[in-house]
Each structure stands twice: as C-alpha cells, then as structure tokens.
Design a protein around this ligand. Structure first.
Ligand code: 6GU
Length: 239
C-alpha cells in the first residue's frame, strides 16, 4: 500500500517509523511518504493560512498549497482521508475498507480547518473520507492520522504474525473484548477466574462471551445488538 501524508508538522509522523508500522515499511508492505505542505507555497513566508471569510476566531488553511499538493499526490485511484472533528466517526469498518485500498492520501489540517473548496474540488476526482476520532478536539489532524494509519496498516495482509489475533479483539466481534489474565494465578490477593485455569474450552468460550456482553452493556450499550438487549439476565449474571 502507498500512503502519502501531508502536514505542516511532518515530524509528528516520525512515530510511524517505530513499532509495527515501522516493520511494515521496512518489509515493503507499506510505502509511506510524509510531505511538508509548505513545499507547495510560493511566498517568502511560506504562508498556509489566512483569516476566515465571514469573521470569527482562528485561521483557515488557504486552498492554493493544498490544491497543488493534492494535484501532485492524489492519483485518481487514491482515497483522500481528512482527519477532522467534523468528520464521520472513524470505526473498524473504515479501517477494513481502507486496508483494501492501493493508495491513501492523508491531509492533516491545522487551525480551524482547510478551505472547503479544497475538499469539494478533490471530491470531483477522488473518493474523500472526512473522519473524526471522537467527540473531543485535537489541535490538528496529525495525531488522528497516526491513529487511523495504525488501525489500517495492522490489517494489511501479511502484517500480523498471527492473523487469528485480529479476529478476537475488541470491535472485530462487534463487542468489547473480555478481560484477560496471565501468570501468576494469584497476585496481591487477586485470583485469576477459576474457569480459565481448567481445560474446558467450551466453558471458557461461554465465560468470555458473557464477560464481553457484560462489559459492552456497562460501557458501550450503543454497540449491543437488539437480541442482547432482550436478554438482560445474561448480562447481569456475568457481573
Ligand atoms: Cl480527526 N481531528 C482533530 N483536529 N480533532 C479531533 C479529531 C480529528 N477527532 C477527534 N478530535
């Protein structure tokens, strides 16, 4: 997969050299390039922002550098990903869809956002996806781009050592993950649940499913399927 990231703080994206995405880059699974938006400015001060038409606080990113950057980077087959608190909530569904693409361009905005015409113009030519990480405000798209790219890259075929571990985690099943334990069996007076110490794999699977339902009901009832809402006794039993 080819990924181009455009930012006025390209050093934010240095973290992609670490850990698992770094491994994917070195192995050739991921061709990631980070670009400085100011390379597409032409004035002495390399200006990227200006005051908003209509007034109001903050600054807006000017369309010209963004237009030139996207002309240069976003080939017609690319998906343009724009992290913004005004986007649709980014989910595992998006991560899976993006992992199947050949080419992503990630446009990291700062200030109050990018002039809307940049996105409108890009949308005449490429698929545009404006995504938000959640209901809070970051100073710019860079940290969100790191999160989106990590979620996508770990799904690339051949990325995970053991692909089975992808199937069992939170959000792949539609429920939150059950609690996990390792040795020792007793620690600071706290015991590993008995069922996990026996070898009854059916009982373990049922216990884990019940725990997942209980956790999801307590923390994210919005994720529960309607069928789970009709069986509250199962959820209560698990706590
Ligand atoms: Cl994607 N961008 C910014 N700037 N803030 C956010 C966000 C994205 N998601 C949540 N807050």
């Amino acid at each position: 997969m080819r990924v181009d990231v455009v930012s006025i703080f390209p050093a934010y994206l240095d973290a992609l050299d670490l850990s698992l995405p770094g491994k994917a880059r070195r192995s050739g699974l991921l061709d990631l390039r980070v670009h400085d938006l100011r390379d597409w400015t032409h004035d002495r001060h390399r200006t990227v922002d200006d005051a908003p038409y209509g007034g109001g606080a903050g600054m807006v990113m000017r369309p010209e550098p963004w237009g030139e950057a996207l002309d240069a980077l976003a080939t017609d087959d690319a998906v343009l990903v724009v992290p913004t608190p005004a986007g649709v909530p980014f989910t595992q569904i998006h991560a899976r869809a993006l992992a199947a693409e050949e080419h992503l361009v990630v446009a990291c905005g700062r200030y109050e956002g990018i002039d809307q015409r940049v996105l409108d113009h890009a949308a005449t030519r490429v698929r545009v996806l404006e995504v938000s990480l959640g209901d809070y405000v970051l100073n710019g798209g860079e940290v969100a781009a790191l999160a989106v790219l990590e979620a996508v890259v770990r799904l690339l075929p051949g990325f995970m050592g053991n692909p089975d571990s992808l199937l069992e985690e939170s959000h792949e099943s539609g429920l939150l993950e059950y609690p996990v334990y390792t040795r020792p069996p007793s620690w600071r007076g706290l015991e590993v649940p008995e069922v996990l110490l026996g070898g009854d794999h059916g009982a373990i699977e049922r216990w884990r499913h019940t725990q997942s339902l209980a956790r999801t009901a307590a923390r994210r009832p919005d994720l529960l399927p309607p069928s789970a809402l009709l069986a509250p006794a199962t959820v209560t039993d698990a706590q």
